[in-house]
Write a protein that binds this ligand. Structure first.
Ligand code: ATP
Ligand code: ZN
Length: 309
């Protein structure tokens, strides 16, 4: 089955430009690229600007690897909502005989994946998924709740020639866990700060209500409900299209979904609410290259000042 997401000619042209300028390197797989030093430096500088805004809140920094426990992903409900995006790591677990079969299949150009089995590791689909059980395991939440600063490479099986839609990309997140008021005020504050930051980088943007790509017919209802309840906003920047701008920052309110699921609660047993702001680091970098050109040394002075000081 071809899961490829179709990308328009403008998206393909931008990808070719990024390759031609040596900012990204092709791997032979759509959505899987090498990054140049310049590309990485832009991400580092952007992250520093994010930290400058976020550090005032004293978030606790935790970095998880880009793989998470399969059991955690299952319990999170990810496979119910987004089976089409999930990735599970498989490995060869056979003996000598199976190894011979494996090599014979590779030599014959046949599919050898049936000789692999699922491991206990899945690829992390969003930086905050491994956080909730980790925090729950520490015991009751303090009254003031908690704030976390996360970053992870994330995997989503959505191969595309749109450079803004990668299969492996980084997400920086702040995650607030606490009362509904604490989480909503966190989200309001990041809606402001996020737009301010992107404007200061000379990028056009607007914020809009959004929904996640829930799978199937039941998913349509979940998506409608998410919109009707105002649970997800996105900051959109035109990258490959003015009419269909790209979500570069997301502002999510999970209500008590993760709190109830993981028994992440206050001392009196009330489940915590949670919300996160996610920065799509590659998307922001690509937006900057698209709007200001391939050479950061020639970007507008005001933009350079925000990033390089
Ligand atoms: N395939 C991808 N490639 C690069 N960045 C991504 C990709 N998917 C999501 N992101 C980034 O991660 C952030 C948080 O992820 P989130 O789940 O909110 O994305 P999303 O709203 O589902 O994205 P989209 O609607 O474009 O698929 C997004 O705001 C975006 O910047
Ligand atoms: Zn999140």
């Amino acid at each position: 089955m071809d899961a490829k997401v179709t990308a328009g000619p403008a998206a393909k042209a931008l990808l070719d430009d990024l390759f031609a300028n040596g900012l990204l390197f092709p791997s032979g797989v759509d959505g899987l690229y090498g990054r140049s030093g310049t590309f990485e430096e832009v991400i580092e500088r952007f992250e520093a600007a994010v930290s400058k805004l976020g550090d005032v809140d004293n978030a606790e920094r935790i970095h998880f690897p880009p793989g998470m426990a399969r059991a955690t992903l299952e319990k999170s409900g990810y496979l119910k909502s987004f089976p089409q995006l999930a990735g599970c790591v498989h490995s060869f677990m056979g003996g000598e005989a199976e190894h011979a079969q494996l090599l014979a299949k590779i030599t014959a150009g046949d599919d050898w994946s049936e000789l692999q089995d699922a491991t206990d590791v899945c690829l992390t689909p969003a930086a905050c998924y491994p956080l909730y059980p980790t925090v729950a395991a520490r015991g009751a939440l303090p009254e003031e709740g908690k704030l976390f600063d996360l970053k992870s490479y994330c995997f989503r099986h959505e191969p595309s020639q749109d450079p803004a839609r990668m299969q492996l990309f980084r997400m920086r997140e702040y995650v607030r866990i606490g009362t509904p008021e604490q989480v909503q005020s966190f989200r309001r504050s990041w809606l402001e700060r996020g737009q301010g930051l992107i404007n200061s980088l000379g990028l056009p943007c607007h914020v809009d209500l959004a929904n996640d790509p829930f799978f199937g017919r039941a998913g349509k209802m979940l998506a409608n409900n998410q919109r009707d309840s105002g649970l997800k906003f996105e900051l959109l920047i035109p990258i490959t299209s003015e009419e269909k701008p790209t979500a570069c920052l997301s502002f999510n309110y999970h209500q008590d979904h993760f709190g109830s699921l993981w028994k992440l609660q206050f001392a009196d047993g009330t489940p915590a609410h949670s919300g996160c702001v996610g920065f799509g680091l590659e998307r922001v970098a690509i937006a900057l290259f698209k709007h200001h050109g391939p050479d950061p040394k020639r970007w507008p002075a005001a933009v350079r000042k925000v990033l390089w000081g």
